[in-house]
Design a protein around this ligand. Structure first.
Ligand SMILES: [Zn+2]
Length: 334
């Protein structure tokens, strides 16, 4: 009887306890393996090998100096110049990936002879020195703002936006006024399949959404005379000053100013309007342009990105909302 008990115990040991112990050991081994994998991946992110894109030649337009900077160091300065630091971290990450993509695109499609990109937002991409940036923030938030932007750039190391395996021309702007615009209506040309009209709600919560420019009839004529010396408008005739055509995104395409028709973009630059999404209102002796949105309206809207981030969207979702049919890829996998 005793023997049977011993056999039974040995049987138990061999078939249940030992495998259980071994399995436990395996599980532990797996866990520590994962830890190791995580550690190496973090290290990989930290020391991301950008290969040909590790250093960029940045042209400072005012001094005409060309500075060589590590790409992500450059991008922290760019993102801090392009987007408010109090925006959500996922919006800042989206901006980082957009800025990185724009930079790579510019390296591949050079505009300047001895540099990859310049520090002017009107020409290439805005840039601000760390010193100047910190000085413009309140003392209490300087360090935390800078660290937040570093986190956004470093948390997306190597990530860029591609369409059919190539970096996209990642246009962006401040506030879309609710709908983005296609590039053909801003700069002409043939356009890009990933830049379409996209709607985003909630952009009216930002100060960038509403603005107006009010001019007297004389001021309006003066500005028009610069380009059209024979301009003449009959202000008593409602048909002599009116919007003739809109684009698919609801922006102004053509405006009739008396004996001349101007495009929405020309009207915008002539009168310093924040966007081409405007109405013309006659108020006694004044002409009022009531404007929605801020910027050309193409690609990612920054306030739209922040709205989506507040709704819980990740940077990948935000990017795919504004750029149609794109992928987010590791630059080394191109
Ligand atoms: Zn430039």
């Amino acid at each position: 009887m005793k023997k049977v008990f011993i056999y039974f115990f040995v049987f138990l040991l061999i078939f249940f306890l030992l495998p259980a112990l071994l399995t436990k050991k395996n599980v532990e081994a797996k866990v520590s393996d994962n830890k190791e994998i995580n550690a190496t991946e973090e290290e990989k992110v930290e020391n991301y090998d950008y290969k040909n894109y590790g250093t960029i030649k940045l042209l400072h337009l005012e001094t005409n100096e060309v500075e060589e900077v590590p790409i992500d160091t450059y991008l922290v300065n760019v993102v801090s110049a392009e987007m408010p630091a109090d925006f959500e971290i996922e919006a800042l990450k989206a901006q980082s990936v957009v800025a990185r993509t724009y930079t790579i695109y510019k390296i591949q499609n050079k505009k300047h002879d001895n540099a990859d990109i310049c520090d002017n937002s009107g020409c290439c991409q805005a840039w601000i020195s760390k010193e100047e940036r910190l000085a413009r923030w309140d003392e209490g938030v300087r360090e935390s703002n800078w660290q937040k932007i570093e986190q956004a750039v470093n948390g997306t190391k190597g990530k860029i936006i591609t369409y059919e395996g190539k970096p996209i021309n990642a246009f962006f702007h401040s506030n879309s006024g609710g709908k983005t615009e296609v590039p053909v209506n801003v700069w002409g040309g043939t356009g890009y399949p990933y830049l379409q009209v996209v709607e985003t709600s909630g952009e009216d919560n930002y100060t960038q959404y509403n603005s107006e420019v009010v001019l007297s009839k004389e001021e309006l004529l003066e500005k028009l005379k610069v380009n059209y010396s024979d301009i003449s408008i009959d202000f008593n005739n409602n048909d002599d000053l009116k919007i003739l055509e809109y684009t698919d995104s609801g922006r102004v395409k053509t405006v009739k100013f008396g004996n001349h028709n101007l495009s929405g973009t020309e009207t915008r630059s002539l009168f310093g309007l924040r966007s081409t999404n405007f109405e013309i209102i006659k108020e006694n002796d004044n002409i009022k342009f009531s404007v929605k949105g801020y910027g050309h309206g193409v690609g990612m809207s920054q306030t739209g990105a922040n709205t989506l981030a507040k709704e819980g969207k990740f940077y990948e979702d935000i990017i795919k909302h504004f750029y149609i049919g794109v992928e987010i890829q590791d630059i080394n996998n191109l």
